[in-house]
Design a protein around this ligand. Sequence first.
Ligand code: FAD
Length: 448
Amino acid sequence: TAPLDRDVVVVGAGPAGLMAARTLAAAGRSVVVLEARDRVGGRTWSDVVDGAFLEIGGQWVSPDQTELLGLVDELGLSTFPRYREGRSVYRTPEGEVVQYDGLELPVGERTAAEMRRLTALLDDLAAEIGCHEPWAHPRATELDRISFHHWLREVSADEQACDNIGLFIAGGMLTKPAHAFSALQAVLMAASAGSFSNLLDDAFILDRRVVGGMQSVSETMADRLDVRLATPVRTIRTTADGVVVESDHVTVTARHVVVAVPPNLYSRISYDPPLPRRQHQMHQHLSLGLVIKVHAVYTTPFWRDAGLSGTCFGATALVQEVYDNTNHGDDRGTLVGFVSDEKADRLLELDPADRRAEVLASIADYLGPQALEPLVYHESDWASEEWTRGAYAASFDLGGLSRYGKDQTAPVGRIHWASSDTAAEGYQHVDGALRRGRAVAEEIAASA
Ligand code: FAD
């Protein structure tokens, strides 16, 4: 077939690519979006599994995520709050299960004080360093050469406090062990969410969900755009006056290309001429974490009858966090849990029946034996997906953020980069993906 000719071609129909396309189309540019999968939405995916509607990928919205909240409004969609009435449950490192009210974990007084001190320290660092150019701060090199694990133990001798605080960024956000990324990367994560305290506050960070599913944000954007599904892009050639983008089904000539795929997949595309050496190097320092998102659907939300919110936390438990994830208008009760990094490695070595038994036993540890008998059980498996390969998003290895951060969003000629993985506000989140999509559209609009 004859090549298509457009002002801009976008690679990837996740929230970042679709936002870039939408913004450029609104500015009068002709745009086509080429998507490898047979669906849009990327790491957001709302699906019905054994009769239960599940958010397999990204789902929660926090009040500071104004780009996403604004778009939800614009698209005529709406949000609903997460159920969070009642007491939460904490599992101590010794395996004791304790119910508690409020945000502060029921740890001993000394550990509680230490957690408050570490939280204040991280809040101060996040406020001082910020999310826009953490690599440019005078303390960037110092904080980027030490792992978050070791930094915590340098500033505190309380192992339980270090473990609990560490988990909110390690297992909870970057989904890598705290020894695998730097203190600077941890500060960026906190700053991108407004503060470290916000990451501790599930009422803030996990505030609302989109009615009809987060994927519907992408689907509604895509309805008004020219999106070609099942069309993986293989090669990007730069010519004298533009780009030629070759996919399995169509070739597009354009003035600009937006690569809106996670950075760990940049090198799945061939570039002619090759990218500059600095990009080749930088891209090898950005990798996705690993987390298994588990859903269990029950006849009723039984924990509510026991005065529990469904929120559970245990840094040393297999399922490190659990939340009520019941759907809008659903009589059944749904729990969601997360198993991260090295715990996920171990779990994934088991056969499916043993995995399920271990996960449900871990949830039952918090919420009682009724948790052992769900109507529907589902584990997300993003690391097996050809066009993602991990979850939730990408982060640098030790030293990478201070070394390469300033270049991660710089265009290479007519090739522009957009994804949640390189966002400032909303880093790793749908909101950040949308912000990067808009920023790249503005970058293109401002260029010739
Ligand atoms: P993606 O969504 O990854 O989109 C990239 C697209 O590019 C994909 O559709 C992919 O198929 C396509 N692609 C890749 N390579 C090619 C190629 N060569 N040619 C063509 N197309 C290609 N965020 C939140 O805000 N709240 C949450 O609660 C939350 N929870 C999460 C839970 C899980 C399990 C996961 C996986 C993610 C979660 N996230 C959450 C993160 C959020 O989903 C991502 O940050 C967001 O989807 C990233 O958007 P993106 O457009 O940058 O990338």
